[in-house]
Design a protein around this ligand. Structure first.
Ligand code: ADP
Length: 483
């Protein structure tokens, strides 16, 4: 019998995605399947999920989930087994999963995702007929209340539970006045429960209740013990330190396969390094850049403080001054978006900017640009540097979190040993990024070395195999412990 896991996530590829969480939640089931683990994913019934699932099969009904009637539908997308929480009052909205089209968070997010957690706890404890689970795995604050309801208000508090933090910056912190409406016992209002700095902390609650807390890289697991990265929860991370693990994300090779990328026309696939030249021409054209064999940088990112987009902006004049070009794809902070357009206007043909979210274009950039800039101030794992490695687009990364764990800096020792895969720099500020760009420019002038760095990255194995095995081992360890 396979080990049955209920994975609770607010987004999953290919149905709904705002960031790396979706990539992980979408890839995890196939990654653990070879290890005799069967994952069923519970998702909110957003319009996109409703559409993909179709009618589904009704498996449970709630007369009231924090005040709203809801249904549970089951189905599948390919081999991925899904449960969908059908609750139109909470989830049938246009806009994003967490906010309206203008980027404003929904005011009732606490209620939407508390209800989601309440439903998940009910399902995990066997309330949905025909669905039983050995373990529950919650992702990020939106799913974290699952563990509070499971451990504090269910018939099965001993069911093993894993809480994965994909980004400590998003904690789901709400006003204390929502507490009485959560339907938790009054004893839950304590430091050992859901209370967090005088409010209700969803992620905090999940971390408090989890049997094991994981985050998405070993370095980030260590970093979140410090205030700078723990963002108020460093004390809890330290107290529960023996329960905190780091498991690196992998690349979903069905989506990101350089040799046969279904997102881009066949001729653009990076079967060989030589192919990249054709792709580079296509990127230049798409971004209105001058044709040149000089280095072409890319950045594919949310445009935020976390991602160091402000520092990237500061260094653009220098990047162009030393002969670089940039094709940037991103969206986020409106002021940064405007300044990027300004930089493109200042440097026509040298800086091209595409504001928006475009999956296909992101693949084409990885397949055609020479180097990808990832100047994140913190980065739990980071995926774009992994895609860069796989596609021969050399990552230039800040030495933090998963970026530190996945890129081998092209210092003289690593170049000599023939193991370098990218460029790392310390501290996200103008001078550090500028120096990193200068190092890229110098390395690019040595075609043999450059090629070697690209090839090393392309050989590096960041497939889901290793991560899938690590999650499966963790699930087994926990279920055997409580058996
Ligand atoms: P985060 O989850 O913090 O945003 P990650 O690097 O873990 O950062 O994951 C970001 C994911 O989103 C990657 O798959 C990346 O390719 C994708 N992405 C980010 N911005 C864009 C964009 N503007 N268009 C297309 N894909 C994007």
């Amino acid at each position: 019998m396979p080990l049955k896991v209920l994975s609770v996530a607010s987004e999953a590829v290919p149905l709904v995605k705002t960031g790396g969480l979706a990539d992980v939640a979408g890839a995890l089931p196939a990654a653990v399947a070879p290890h005799d683990v069967e994952i069923t994913t519970l998702l909110p019934g957003y319009p996109a999920v409703q559409k993909a699932l179709g009618k589904g099969k009704l498996v449970h009904k709630w007369a009231s989930l924090l005040g709203q009637p809801a249904r549970l539908l089951s189905g599948s997308i390919g081999k991925h087994k899904l449960l969908m929480l059908d609750c139109p009052a909470y989830f049938a909205r246009e806009g994003g999963p967490y906010g309206d089209a203008g980027g404003q968070d929904w005011a009732d997010n606490w209620q939407r995702f508390a209800a989601f957690g309440r439903a998940a706890a009910d399902i995990a404890s066997g309330k949905a007929k025909g669905h039983s689970f050995d373990l529950v795995h919650a992702h990020d604050w939106q799913a974290a209340m699952t563990l509070a309801y499971l451990k504090l208000a269910s018939d099965t508090p001993d069911l093993p539970a894993v809480m994965t933090i994909h980004n400590m910056a998003f904690q789901g912190h709400f006003d204390a006045k929502v507490f009485p409406r959560l339907g938790l016992p009054s004893s839950a209002w304590s430091m050992d429960g859901v209370e967090n700095y005088g409010g209700v902390g969803f992620l905090k609650a999940g971390m408090q209740m989890a049997d094991i807390i994981t985050t998405v890289s070993p370095s980030y697991a260590a970093e979140i013990r410090q205030p700078e990265f723990g963002m108020g929860l460093e004390g809890l991370v330290t107290t529960r330190g023996n329960r905190v693990r780091g498991i690196l994300n992998g690349i979903d090779s069905t989506v990101w396969n350089p040799a046969e990328d279904s997102e881009i026309p066949a001729q653009y696939s990076v079967r060989t390094l030589a192919r990249r030249k054709i792709n580079k021409r296509a990127v230049e054209e798409a971004f209105g850049l001058e044709r040149s064999d000089g280095p072409l940088f890319t950045a594919i990112s949310r445009l935020t403080w976390q991602k160091g987009s402000d520092v990237l902006l500061e260094v653009l004049d220098h990047l162009v001054g030393v002969g670089g070009r940039l094709a940037l794809l991103g969206s986020g902070d409106k002021a940064i978006e405007a300044d990027l357009h300004g930089a493109a206007a200042r440097h026509p043909g040298r800086i091209g900017v595409h504001i928006g979210y475009d999956e296909t274009l992101s693949h084409r950039l990885q397949a055609g640009a020479d180097a990808i800039l990832v100047p994140s101030r913190f980065e739990p794992c980071g995926l774009t540097q992994l895609y860069g490695l796989a596609y021969g687009c050399v990552p230039v990364v800040a030495r933090t979190g998963g970026l530190a764990d996945t890129v081998i800096d092209a210092n003289p020792a690593a170049l000599c040993a023939g193991v370098a895969t990218g460029v790392q720099f310390d501290g996200v500020h103008y001078h550090a990024l500028r120096a990193a760009i200068d190092r890229v420019m110098a390395l690019y002038q040595q075609p043999k070395q450059w090629r070697r760095v690209q090839q090393n990255g392309m050989k590096a194995d960041f497939s889901w195999d290793a991560s899938g095995r690590a999650y499966a081992e963790l699930y087994r360890e926990l279920t055997e412990r409580t058996a």
